[in-house]
Write a new protein. Structure first.
Length: 92
């Protein structure tokens, strides 16, 4: 979405053909750098950006090198909007 001549554009999951970054080609020499997605990572497909859990991330990936290390505080308005039942995820 956004202006055609914008410096940055937002591509939602509904973009025809998928998001451009999801369609990047991998060079043959780089194909052994990764494997198929693990079942535990595809079991729960969540786009909840406020469900991040630093402790769980470190446990799952063994490192915090590639993640946000800063504590995030969400307003009650945001929490109530996304979790109207009051069952907030464990954030840290």
């Amino acid at each position: 979405s956004g202006a055609q001549d914008a410096a940055f554009r937002h591509y939602c999951s509904c973009y025809p053909g998928g998001k451009p970054t999801y369609n990047l080609r991998v060079e043959a020499k780089d194909r052994d750098l990764f494997g198929p997605q693990l079942a535990k990572h595809s079991a729960r497909n969540s786009v909840c950006q406020i469900c991040y859990n630093f402790t769980k991330y470190k446990k799952d990936w063994g490192s915090t090198e590639c993640t946000n290390k800063y504590d995030t505080q969400y307003s009650q308005l945001i929490l109530d909007r996304y979790f109207p039942d009051g069952k907030y995820p464990q954030m840290r």
